[in-house]
Design a protein around this ligand. Structure first.
Ligand code: ZN
Length: 187
C-alpha cells in the first residue's frame, strides 16, 4: 500500500481554423472576443479551442478517452454548443469516475487577435466550469507555419486530478475503464 497521493495528470491539444463566416463570433475560454476584423473559428460547436483542450486533458487524466468519443461532432446535439457547458459535462464524467480537478494550465497560440486583455476573464470562466483554478497564457507563433500565418488558433492544456475522497480508491491504484477514442472530435 502506497502513501503516494492519488493524482492523475492529463494533457490536451486542440486546433481550429478561422471561419470564412464574418458573422461567426470568436469564442475562447468561454469569452466572446470582439473587435475590428476579428474572425470566429470554424467548428461544429462554438469551436472554443481552449475549453476543448482542457476538456481533453480532464478526460485523459481520468482515463476516459477523449472528447470526440464522448461528444462526437456527428451529433446534432452539439451543433453550435457552448463549450463551457461541454467542459462542465466532462468534469461531471470525471467526477463519476472518482476524480476531481486540482488545477489546470493552458497556453493559447494565436497570432491574432491579441489575447492578453482577455486571459483573466477566460481563466475565471474556465475555472468556474472546472471547479478549480485555471491559468491561461497566450503566445504567438512568430509568423511560423499555419498558426503564424493566422490561419487558426491552437491551445494546449494540462490538468491535474485527485481522487474523490471516499470514492473507494484510497491509493489511486484502480484506473477507471477507458472508452475507445473517437474518430470525430467536437469541433
Ligand atoms: Zn475543438
Amino acid at each position: 500500500m502506497s502513501d503516494a497521493p492519488a493524482l492523475r495528470v492529463g494533457q490536451g491539444i486542440d486546433v481550429h481554423p478561422f471561419s470564412d463566416d464574418p458573422e461567426r463570433p470568436l469564442v475562447l475560454g468561454g469569452v466572446v472576443i470582439g473587435g475590428e476584423g476579428v474572425r470566429g473559428l470554424d467548428g461544429h460547436s462554438d469551436a472554443d479551442a481552449v475549453a476543448h483542450a482542457i476538456g481533453d486533458a480532464v478526460l485523459g487524466a481520468a482515463g476516459l478517452g477523449d472528447l470526440g468519443g464522448h461528444l462526437p461532432d456527428t451529433d446534432p446535439q452539439w451543433a453550435g454548443a457552448d463549450s463551457i457547458e461541454l467542459l462542465r459535462r466532462v468534469v461531471g464524467l470525471a467526477a463519476a469516475a472518482g476524480w476531481v480537478p486540482v488545477n489546470a494550465d493552458c497556453t493559447v497560440v494565436a497570432e491574432r487577435p491579441r489575447l492578453a486583455p482577455h486571459v483573466a476573464r477566460m481563466a475565471e470562466r474556465l475555472g468556474g466550469a472546472l471547479g478549480a483554478p485555471v491559468n491561461v497564457k497566450a503566445t504567438r507563433a512568430e509568423g511560423l507555419g499555419a498558426l503564424g500565418r493566422a490561419e487558426g488558433i491552437a491551445c494546449t492544456a494540462v490538468v491535474l486530478l485527485t481522487a474523490v475522497p471516499g470514492a473507494g480508491r484510497p491509493d489511486g491504484s484502480e484506473q477507471s475503464g477507458g472508452t475507445a477514442p473517437g474518430d470525430g472530435e467536437v469541433r
